[in-house]
Design a protein around this ligand. Structure first.
Ligand code: NDP
Length: 241
């Protein structure tokens, strides 16, 4: 029986989320893994890991999964709001449905997650929430208008939540990674933009930073004492400008 507390990770079916699931599991944390492709999470075959098919924009479904995991493993001590989509596009021509998807998943999904765990963390005077923003939440990039809007939004809402939660001894952390190769770019529908992005990555040098590097850094920030808060973590490949 582990004495580790429950870690909830959204978007655990690929990329950073999957790497985090593996990193935390290695050290015996009980996990709730959430995403739409539940088969990918189950295939990890991790012990003490509840995998649930949840769309983070569905607050009721998200909350039901968290309560189910808490009944099994105890209260959520860490929530990582990691699920996200990046649909790059030219603002002059991009289908507005893509903007809405990004704002719904990247912003509303994070707000949903925070609301599900915050009241209880506040009452217990303990807990950590880690939200995935992006370097695109700090600086602009071409064809990133709606994605930047969502990630600047996550950064702003995370800073606000930190102010609100710090007096209750709850940590709220924003993570701002640079480019890391995952499935993220693959969802952009404009092939020219994908090609341009890859050219940019090649121009700055091979992107050697990995999802595992990001996962280890996030785990490090969580495992610091509750009295120590890394408010923002900007993590990039050394060669990214
Ligand atoms: P991936 O595309 O590899 O993973 C995204 C994850 O989010 C998947 O598990 C996907 O699962 C899940 N997801 C997407 N939509 C939903 C939804 N509606 N409900 C639940 N889960 C959803 O990307 P990354 O691992 O790279 O990205 C993780 C986070 O990091 C994102 O927020 C991203 O914006 C951010 N980020 C990534 C960077 C990078 O370069 N890779 C840089 C900076 C930030 P499924 O499809 O099964 O639902």
């Amino acid at each position: 029986m582990t004495n580790k507390k429950l870690v909830v990770i959204t978007g655990a079916s690929s990329g950073f989320g999957m790497a985090m699931a593996q990193e935390f599991s290695k050290d015996g944390y009980p996990l709730l893994l959430l995403a739409r492709r539940v088969d990918k999470m189950q295939a990890l075959n991790l012990p003490n890991a509840l995998c649930r098919e949840v769309d983070v924009t569905d607050k009721a479904g998200f909350e039901a999964a968290v309560r189910e995991a808490e009944a099994q493993y105890g209260k959520t001590d860490l929530l990582v709001n990691n699920a996200g989509v990046m649909l790059l596009g030219d603002i002059a021509s991009q289908d507005s449905a893509e903007w809405k998807t990004m704002l719904d998943v990247n912003v509303m999904g994070v707000m949903n997650g925070m609301q599900i765990v915050m009241a209880d963390m506040r009452e217990r005077k303990s807990g950590t929430i880690i939200n995935l923003s992006s370097i695109a939440g700090i600086q602009p990039f071409g064809n990133h208008a709606a994605y930047c809007a969502s990630k600047y939004g996550v950064r702003g809402l995370t800073q606000t939540a930190r102010m609100e939660m710090s007096p209750h001894n709850v940590r709220v952390i924003a993570v701002e990674p640079g480019a890391v190769t995952t499935e993220l770019l693959g969802h952009t529908t404009d092939k020219n933009i994908i090609d341009g992005y890859n050219q940019w990555k090649n121009a700055v040098g091979a992107v050697n930073i990995t999802a595992e590097d990001v996962a280890r850094t996030i785990k490090f920030s969580y495992e610091l004492p509750q009295s120590v808060l890394l408010r923002e973590i900007v993590i990039t490949d050394t060669m990214q400008d």
